[in-house]
Design a protein around this ligand. Structure first.
Ligand code: SF4
Ligand code: SF4
Length: 173
């Protein structure tokens, strides 16, 4: 099941595949009980780090996205990857009803004219870390301590996601 983590096509784009992968993950986490505690703790750490940068990302978005003539979400070919899905399951979040795209010709199903309809914590990591050129220039106007905080948090989240995945695979192997 895990052999196709890395692909150029959206993972689990078909509804049936999406349901299957989610059912399997739910089963594995439940089945391993307390052996999964370390993976759960790593997922919680990632969540705390993510939440620590949401205010800054919301702030950047508030002064850029509503007037954007070229909305990135309309052209983004991104999707929920294995680490994203694992993060959602280990933290007990509600799983979105479907993958963002079922093929590369589509627009993300969670885009709306008023922005993304998924709560920030549920969005794929790629949607969170992407800071577009307009936002980057806005960010450069902020104190260096704020810029550094974002850089450090992004690095820590990347590392934490890898550790969470490694621990999960170790547990179920
Ligand atoms: S992140 Fe940047 S490109 Fe995307 S909608 Fe906001 S301003 Fe536009
Ligand atoms: S999930 Fe939300 S933020 Fe990500 S591409 Fe879709 S609409 Fe944009």
């Amino acid at each position: 099941m895990w052999k196709d983590f890395y692909t150029d096509q959206p993972l689990w784009g078909a509804t049936a595949t999406w349901k299957t992968v989610n059912r399997n993950l739910e089963y594995l986490i439940r089945h391993h009980g307390s052996k999964m505690d370390r993976a759960v703790a790593l997922a919680r750490d990632v969540q705390v780090r993510l939440e620590s940068i949401f205010f800054l990302l919301d702030d950047l978005c508030a002064v850029t996205c509503p007037w954007c003539p070229d909305q990135c979400c309309l052209v983004a070919k991104v999707w929920i990857d294995f680490k994203d899905l694992l993060f959602l399951h280990l933290n007990g979040h509600q799983i979105p009803p479907a993958q963002l795209l079922s093929d590369l010709k589509e627009t993300c199903r969670y885009w709306s004219p008023r922005g993304c309809i998924l709560p920030r914590i549920v969005r794929p990591w790629v949607c969170t870390w992407y800071v577009c050129p307009t936002q980057k220039s806005n960010l450069r106007q902020k104190p260096k301590s704020v810029q550094d905080q974002l850089i450090r948090a992004v690095q820590a989240i990347k590392t934490g996601r890898k550790e969470m995945e490694t621990e999960f695979i170790r547990t179920v192997s």
